[in-house]
Design a protein around this ligand. Structure first.
Ligand code: CA
Length: 416
């Protein structure tokens, strides 16, 4: 019997050769960042592998960031993935690459690319209805624009952090809705929340003034990641009228260390839910020729707080697709840059166990969650949140999504 190697995976490993997500890592004892490809519980130094095997893709892979690969475009993405698949599946390569696999537990993972612009949408009808019901109980839960365009805002790219980074509780101004004309208070947020989201990674730029149509989604978007859009509900509630989210969101946004290429998710593509409102042509994905690019993805997400799964939001239930979000984001002529990141908005399903935020899971704090360390309405210092997930892969396999982990640490003392 031959020696066990990182290429010998357990049956059904969701990070098998059918997955191969990309990240950036530093091996123990080194300061050098390298592009890595995850296989099972190991990471392959992709640039070094390319060099050893004399691959023409060494220049794209022997890099400290995914940036050059992202910018290279769809043909290169396909060819590099084919090469990597061969490297980890063809027995002849095993011996030459054996020293280039590192156990995940021994490496440091970094933000895999420089985030250019960051946009956050609001594309789950269930989530939007839940929040509408909480904040406008006597009105229509959806705003009049909701079914005509994917609502979004521009966020703060510089505070997107890699999974595993501690999140400091933000301080800021807040005033309770029932506080009348009282002066606002300043202090650490007392209503710190999560938003379970899926973020799409733009590889290929677009020209200023040229909208990106639905049909060009796959030419620009390289892959996706899980994302946690930490949200301070009390800061958000006081500041957000009339211009929308600002400091209640900008203190930190956690991103998975692993980018799953869209090519790994072909078996997970699904049609979006039936739309009951006619769409303008630039958003109408029911048209001829778009059937091959439905834009929906069947991602099964889990939300864990302090070791207990509290929700399993279904991404397939999202009303607006990533292709529609991209088309809307560029329809006015805004250009894309390599490294642009746009997130779906909180993923929630119709059932209580499918809610992707604490404000929904506890119905604005009225119904605390029972957890091993005590009940919760919003997050306490020391709480750890882990988002995970998988998608159906080829031949009954599962495609694992890289986790997003973050722990809340106490607010700094900024005075008042
Ligand atoms: Ca959000």
């Amino acid at each position: 019997m031959s020696e066990q190697t990182p290429l010998d995976l357990a049956e059904g490993d969701p990070f098998g050769p059918h997955n191969l997500p990309y990240g950036v890592f530093t091996p123990a004892g080194s300061a050098e960042r390298r592009v890595g490809v995850r296989l099972g519980s190991s990471v392959l130094d992709a640039g070094a592998a390319a060099a050893v095997l004399g691959s023409p893709y060494a220049s794209l892979l022997a890099q400290p960031s995914l940036g050059p690969l992202l910018a290279a475009g769809r043909t290169a993405w396909r060819d590099v993935r084919r090469a990597l698949t061969a490297w980890v599946t063809v027995p002849a390569h095993r011996e030459s690459l054996a020293d280039l696999f590192f156990p995940l537990s021994t490496v440091t993972l970094h933000l895999p690319f420089e985030v250019a612009d960051y946009v956050d949408f609001y594309s789950s009808e269930h989530h939007a209805r839940h929040l509408g019901s909480i904040f406008r109980p006597d009105g229509e839960p959806l705003t009049p624009n909701w079914k005509h365009l994917p609502i979004g805002y521009h966020g703060r790219a510089g505070t997107v952090v890699v999974s595993g980074t501690d999140v400091t509780r933000p301080s800021g101004q807040r005033r309770a809705p029932d506080a009348g004309d009282a002066a606002p208070l300043f202090g650490p947020s007392t209503r710190l929340d999560i938003e379970t989201e899926v973020a799409f990674v733009v590889g290929v730029p677009s020209a200023l003034g040229t909208p990106v149509p639905l049909s060009a989604f796959r030419d620009h978007v390289f892959g996706l990641c899980l994302l946690n859009d930490w949200s301070a509900r009390d800061i958000q509630g006081w500041e957000n009228v009339p211009l929308g989210p600002f400091l209640g969101k900008s203190f930190a946004t956690s991103l998975s260390a692993w980018v799953t290429p869209l090519e790994a998710l072909d078996a997970a593509r699904v049609a979006p839910p039936e739309r009951d409102t006619p769409l303008l042509p630039y958003l109408d994905d029911g048209g001829e020729g778009l059937a091959d690019e439905p834009g929906g993805y069947d991602l099964r997400i889990s939300v864990e707080i302090n070791g207990q799964v509290v929700a399993e939001p279904p991404f397939a239930a999202m009303y607006w697709t990533a292709a529609q979000q991209l088309a809307h984001m560029t329809v006015g002529g805004a250009s894309l840059r390599t490294g642009d990141l746009y997130a779906s908005g909180t993923v929630s399903g119709p059932e209580p166990r499918q809610y992707g935020s604490l404000i929904e899971l506890t119905w604005n704090g009225r119904e605390p969650l029972s957890l091993p360390g005590g009940s919760r309405t919003f997050l306490e210092d020391g709480d750890e949140v882990v988002l995970g997930g998988w998608a159906p892969g080829p031949d009954g396999t599962r495609v694992g999504l890289g986790e997003v982990r973050g722990r809340i640490v106490a607010a700094g003392d900024f005075g008042a």
